[in-house]
Design a protein around this ligand. Structure first.
Ligand SMILES: C[S@@+](CC[C@H](N)C(=O)[O-])C[C@H]1O[C@@H](n2cnc3c(N)ncnc32)[C@H](O)[C@@H]1O
Length: 210
């Protein structure tokens, strides 16, 4: 029997979606499903894309690549769909490479054997209370699973402004065969980071390779 996984995310639904957003979820979301993608290289995955600012930036910086975003929070998915479509609900050309999995990324990874050049996780939920720590996504076990889905020179890029979670992730990395690489990354500010700027530290980044 399959092990029951701990839920790593909070709400799936927030404030009421607009009529346009509901329509985009009905029509555009199924059309950009990542289900039938083949392992033909040039794939990037972003886990927990929130409202999708960084996912869109990835698409613009990587024309010709397929950018898969996984996010179970439907208001975030709806924000992304609004931003990548025009008034006639057509996908804007610069976002043609975007595919969306509107659910837990672990289900997606179980259902495919795709390998990625880059796997991004920006501001994963830190679950700071001790009783919630078990909900943290980036355990050694999960990081090892991500490592198996990297291409030979592929990288996992993690960023968080929660320094205690950052240190915890670094400890988790020691349980894996992944190696730490130089960061040197040029980052845009995501919505989560912007909202939290006043009360938090500067984000720290971790880049991992095979
Ligand atoms: C704190 S938010 C950060 C969002 C975005 N990366 C940003 O920086 O604005 C963390 C996001 O990770 C998502 N998340 C948590 N667990 C996930 C999982 N198992 N699969 C996919 N997304 C997940 C949550 O729904 C949430 O939107």
């Amino acid at each position: 029997m399959e092990k029951q996984e701990i839920r790593t995310f909070g709400r799936r639904h927030g404030k009421k979606l607009s009529a346009r957003q509901l329509r985009l979820i009905d029509t555009v979301l199924p059309a950009i499903s990542p289900k039938n993608i083949k392992n033909a290289g040039n794939l990037i995955l972003e886990i927990g894309f929130g409202a999708g600012e960084h996912l869109r930036d990835l698409a613009i910086r990587n024309p010709g690549k397929i950018i898969i975003g996984a996010e179970p929070f439907m208001n975030g998915v709806a924000s992304l769909l609004s931003a990548i479509t025009d008034d006639s609900d057509g996908i804007l050309p610069e976002y043609a490479g975007i595919r969306v999995w509107a659910d837990d990324v672990r289900i997606f990874l179980r259902e495919t054997d795709l390998q990625f050049d880059e796997i991004w996780v920006l501001h994963p939920d830190p679950w700071p209370k001790a009783k919630h720590e078990k909900r943290r996504l980036l355990t050694g076990e999960f990081l090892s699973q991500l490592g198996e889905r990297l291409t030979e020179s592929g990288q996992i890029i993690i960023g968080t402004d929660h320094h205690e979670y950052f240190d915890w992730i670094c400890e988790q990395v020691k349980k894996t065969t992944l190696s730490r690489q130089n960061t040197g990354i040029n980052m845009i500010e995501t919505r989560y980071q912007h909202k939290n700027m006043a009360g938090t530290d500067a984000p720290k980044y971790l880049v991992l390779g095979k």
